[in-house]
Ligand binder design. Structure first.
Ligand SMILES: *[C@@H]1O[C@H](CO)[C@@H](O)[C@H](O)[C@H]1NC(C)=O
Ligand SMILES: *[C@@H]1O[C@H](CO)[C@@H](O)[C@H](O)[C@H]1NC(C)=O
Ligand SMILES: *[C@@H]1O[C@H](CO)[C@@H](O)[C@H](O)[C@H]1NC(C)=O
Ligand SMILES: *[C@@H]1O[C@H](CO)[C@@H](O)[C@H](O)[C@H]1NC(C)=O
Ligand SMILES: *[C@@H]1O[C@H](CO)[C@@H](O)[C@H](O)[C@H]1NC(C)=O
Length: 514
């Protein structure tokens, strides 16, 4: 098969004085969106030899891409979740694919230099050599099997754990970290690790990185603990993410995570358009280089310069609204804790000029029942509430297109394909000319709309996102806390507005009945 390797090299960091910026302020990162070659019958048991032959096809591409990335100067490369073996295995059928990965905390081992030290470690050997031969840190994902004792109450009946695992190799091929995915997403072959794992690794070029996988991005453990307790400012993120519009396509959630926490985020997704998997990127708090391609069958290598983020001052959370374009190295996070009791928090101020609330309606968005208010005028100021959680938008249409938009609020437990509590304000373009279609996925829009969106969230964990026509991401002009509300504003977008949302996660209510 022919492989188009498209390399994007972009300079993310604009320095104010051309001469003053040291090269040590940057590093070069790569992520590879891989068109994984799948086992056509993932539930059939196959031999180790057959499994190795299958995985070899994917590993060959990893090798080529790492070599290409090295030519571009990459110091670290991230490959996607399930990129070596694929997915949809059962516990039995994955057996040929597993290796027992020694714990890098207790064993110092370069598989490339000492391939015979541990048996049955061909994949580790190959990855280690790719890292070593290209002199770069390498992050990949593979299954790890660990025997367990029945004295361990979590030990599966067959006496072994099989974990969905990220592995990290230093640029000399040494295995330096492994992380077992915590939040599985319909992965029958894998076990949930018995304890939360907070895994970090150090690099000479950018200091500490944290690591987690795919669905983990929506949960407190381990991602938020890595940021709040371990103070990581760079994340490597292998994923196999199925896009779901309007709020949860891969690039939306990846970018909003980097923006929300003010960190660098290196995300590698699988490329399978038949499974709606595409969307990878290298994100800094204010800029991103990303890739989304729902049309072709090609993988994509992204290579870019990334600023090393320095810890600012005392590392305390910034509470006020900040101007995103002025950002150089902004504090750890724009989250300011406002954990007032439910319904006793600050209310959203009403403007004298506010329109009388138009009739609200309900529509399902991504399986959740949103309360919507329609944007019927060319400009306006609207508020919509779900219980005591309220969202408000002031907006102005700046062209003459008559597409339908509405503002939705949702405050509740999401229970389909995962259980997680949400507070969401979402300004969405409706899919067609009926209000019932608001909340359905769309990718095209022609309307220009300047807006100021806000919500009185009870959670500090807000993920701001703006999606423009044709899956373009936009960066807010400003965002942050203003007198108890979280706000986000944007003017003069270059593309039509598809979705502008403040996606709030209330982690502590995930398991409580509503
Ligand atoms: C994996 O399984 C799910 C449900 O069982 C199915 O919808 C999906 O198409 C499968 N994917 C592959 C790659 O076989
Ligand atoms: C299981 O328990 C035995 C006895 O306590 C111990 O020697 C062995 O190392 C344990 N195995 C594992 C995989 O923990
Ligand atoms: C991909 O997304 C489209 C549009 O949202 C949907 O109709 C289709 O079922 C999805 N495919 C898979 C495999 O989930
Ligand atoms: C949000 O604002 C509304 C209306 O301004 C108010 O009634 C409600 O109590 C507020 N909710 C919270 C959680 O602060
Ligand atoms: C959404 O919630 C409203 C108000 O609780 C209810 O009347 C409506 O039936 C719900 N819609 C669906 C589809 O469940």
């Amino acid at each position: 098969m022919s492989l188009f390797v498209l390399v994007i090299v972009a300079v993310l960091w604009q320095c104010h004085t051309a001469s003053s910026q040291e090269d040590s302020g940057y590093y070069i990162a790569a992520v590879y969106e891989h068109r994984v070659m799948l086992n056509p019958n993932p539930s059939d048991v196959c031999s180790r030899q057959e499994a190795l032959e299958h995985m070899s096809k994917n590993l060959e591409i990893f090798e080529e891409q790492a070599t290409e990335a090295a030519k571009q100067g990459a110091q670290i490369i991230v490959f996607p979740e399930d990129g070596i073996q694929g997915f949809n295995f059962t516990r039995r059928s994955i057996q040929g694919y597993v290796e027992s990965i020694p714990d890098p905390k207790s064993v110092t081992w370069s598989p490339c230099l000492h391939p015979q030290r541990f048996p049955n470690t061909e994949v580790l050997h190959r990855l280690s050599c790719v890292a070593r031969n290209n002199r770069m840190y390498l992050v990949a994902n593979m299954p790890d099997q660990q025997e367990c004792n029945h004295s361990d109450p979590h030990c599966p009946p067959d006496g072994r754990y099989i974990f969905n695992t990220d592995v990290v190799f230093r640029d000399d091929g040494t295995l330096i970290a492994k992380y077992h995915k915590q939040n599985l997403y319909f992965e029958a072959a894998f076990d949930t690790p018995p304890e939360y794992e907070h895994v970090t690794f150090d690099t000479p070029f950018a200091g500490k990185f944290g690591i987690f996988t795919c669905f983990d991005i929506l949960f407190y453990e381990p991602s938020i603990t890595l940021i709040e307790k371990y103070k990581v400012k760079q994340i490597v993120y292998p994923t196999a993410w199925m896009n779901q519009l309007p709020l949860l396509s891969a690039i939306q959630i990846q970018q909003s995570f980097a923006t929300a926490f003010g960190l660098n985020f290196l995300a590698a997704n699988i490329h399978r358009i038949d499974l709606n998997m595409t969307g990878s990127g290298i994100y800094t708090p204010s800029h991103s280089v990303h890739h989304y391609d729902a049309d072709t069958e090609e993988g994509r290598l992204l290579v870019t310069k990334v600023p090393v983020l320095t810890n600012s001052g005392d590392g305390s959370f910034k509470s006020n609204v900040w101007d995103v374009s002025s950002l150089q190295s902004h504090p750890q996070s724009s989250f300011c804790v406002n954990r007032d009791q439910e319904c006793v928090g600050p209310s959203i101020p009403r403007l004298e000029s506010a329109q009388a609330p138009s009739s609200t309606f309900h529509a399902i968005m991504m399986y959740d029942n949103y309360t919507f208010v329609p944007l019927v005028e060319t400009q306006g100021d609207l508020t919509v509430c779900d219980g005591c959680f309220c969202c408000r938008v002031t907006y102005q249409r700046t062209n003459d297109i008559s597409e339908l938009y509405s503002l939705g609020a949702f405050n509740g437990l999401h229970t389909v394909h995962g259980i997680y509590y949400l507070e969401v304000c979402a300004l969405v373009k409706c899919a067609d000319s009926s209000w019932e279609s608001c909340g359905e996925g769309v990718t095209e829009a022609e309307s220009s709309l300047d807006f100021h969106l806000q919500g009185n969230f009870t959670t500090p964990y807000i993920f701001p996102q703006i999606l423009a026509s044709e899956m373009q991401l936009a960066t807010p002009d400003s965002m942050g806390w203003d007198r108890g509300s979280y706000i986000m504003s944007k003017k003069s977008m270059s593309g039509g507005l598809v979705t502008a949302a403040l996606y709030g996660r209330v982690y502590e209510r995930d398991h409580k009945p509503v």
